[in-house]
Design a protein around this ligand. Structure first.
Ligand SMILES: *Cc1c(COP(=O)(O)O)cnc(C)c1O
Length: 396
């Protein structure tokens, strides 16, 4: 038996026909940029999360960059985040000219340790950016309390946690602004790159919409007025539709991006969103099975509540990682190491002058943690095969 770490084929078998039919329709309309499917997806995704605005963008990294810019974060500002995440989290902070300030994580949830956040707050701190790592929501009550006390913004990096909750509220709806990625392997993935920003704040939504398309047009002018605290309207005549010729497109108010979700990706996402809860439920069932069979032999992921974790990745800890991985590899069971290098030790961030020993928990996890196969619709046989081999590997 060969078992992949993440198998996308099964979920796509359920929707592929519908997706292809919708794509044919798309060619009939030929409305490729910001077409109906993009608009409908934004509506459906914001309804799913219970949030007021969804601004779809080209990928999760752009979502982070645009969110930071929308909050006015730039050169000299400090943003507190975790060193135990995908590089894009800190990259986005650095990209806007701000300084990533790391706080160590909790050993049992891999999430940022809220009790260590206040120690690093300075007058330059503007944002706390928690990451709901591997699909488990952070302790948002504590994080939001700290943010409120010190007048900081909170941006959730919810790229791995779509569909997870915290106190009955969806992740992504627990802060000022939140970012999602629809990279194919994420719990809600498209067939290429895609991302979204969500917020309940009208002004932030307008600014994000402006940054998405070169700071131009009506949103550009409104965003300009919000940012510069101006009342007067900048009148631009609206003509024609968006794709062909629209005079508004050629009036620019902010230095923005070209970062849109495309119509094909929106079609894929609209077909998959109705399956998301079922797919997440199925991941949880697999996680439960793994927990029950592995918890005496490995450090299994701790979760704070049934609804809080959607198991984007199922990550075990063991001191014998290399041995276990190589045993599984011989049995055709894929594994992955998330993350080999904590961000404070990444070459690209050496200018921040962190050193080994600064974040002992993250550093330890980087030597003990590894992910085992986790995707919706794994068969009982597959799960049993993974478990059997993990038990053999450790008892060898
Ligand atoms: C995937 C991911 C991103 C980036 O998303 P892309 O769509 O690949 O740009 C950012 N943060 C985290 C935690 C992620 O897992």
């Amino acid at each position: 038996m060969k078992i992949k770490l993440i198998d996308l084929k099964k979920q796509h078998d359920l929707v592929q026909k519908d997706i292809l039919a919708d794509i044919e329709n798309m060619f009939d309309n030929s409305n490729f940029i910001m077409g109906d499917n993009v608009k409908q997806f934004e509506k459906e995704f914001s309804e799913y999360l219970g949030v007021k605005h969804c601004i779809s963008v080209g990928n999760g990294t752009d979502a982070l960059v645009i969110s930071l810019k929308a909050l006015g974060i730039g050169v000299g500002d400090e943003v507190i985040t975790t060193p135990y995440t995908f590089f894009a989290t800190a990259e986005a902070i650095a990209f806007v000219g701000a300084i990533p300030v790391f706080v160590d994580v909790l050993e049992d949830t891999f999430n940022i340790d809220p009790s260590k956040i206040e120690e690093v707050i300075t007058p330059k701190t503007k944002v706390i950016m928690p990451v709901h790592i591997f699909g488990q929501t952070c302790d948002m009550k504590k994080i939001n309390e700290i943010a409120k006390k010190h007048k900081l913004y909170v941006i959730e990096d919810a790229c791995q946690s779509v569909g997870s909750k915290y106190d009955e509220t969806m992740s992504g709806n627990l802060s000022d602004i939140a970012c999602f990625s629809f990279f194919p392997t994420k719990n809600l993935g498209c067939a290429g790159d895609g991302g979204a920003i969500v917020t309940n704040n009208d002004d932030l939504a307008t600014i994000c919409k402006a940054y998405r398309v070169h700071g131009s047009g009506e949103n550009g002018s409104m965003a300009y007025n919000i940012i510069h605290n101006k009342k007067e309207e900048i009148a631009v005549e609206n003509t024609s539709d968006n794709t062909v010729y629209n005079a508004q497109k050629y009036f620019n108010y902010l230095i923005g991006h070209n970062s849109r979700l495309d119509e094909i990706q929106a079609i894929v996402l609209r077909n998959k969103l109705p399956l998301l809860d079922e797919m997440n439920q199925d991941r949880k069932k697999t996680a439960k099975f793994y927990d029950e069979h592995l918890n005496n032999h490995y450090e299994v992921p701790k979760f704070d509540g049934e609804e809080n974790h959607v198991y984007h990745l199922y990550v075990l800890q063991t001191d014998n990682r290399e041995k276990v991985i190589s045993y599984l590899n011989d049995k055709n069971i894929a594994t992955g190491i998330y993350y080999q290098v904590p961000l404070h030790l990444q070459k690209a961030l050496e200018y921040l002058n962190y050193k080994e020993g600064d974040f002992p928990v993250a550093e330890k996890l980087s030597t003990t943690a590894f992910a085992i196969p986790m995707h919706p619709f794994m068969t009982d046989e597959e799960k049993q095969y993974v478990v059997n081999n993990l038990l053999e590997a450790i008892n060898e």
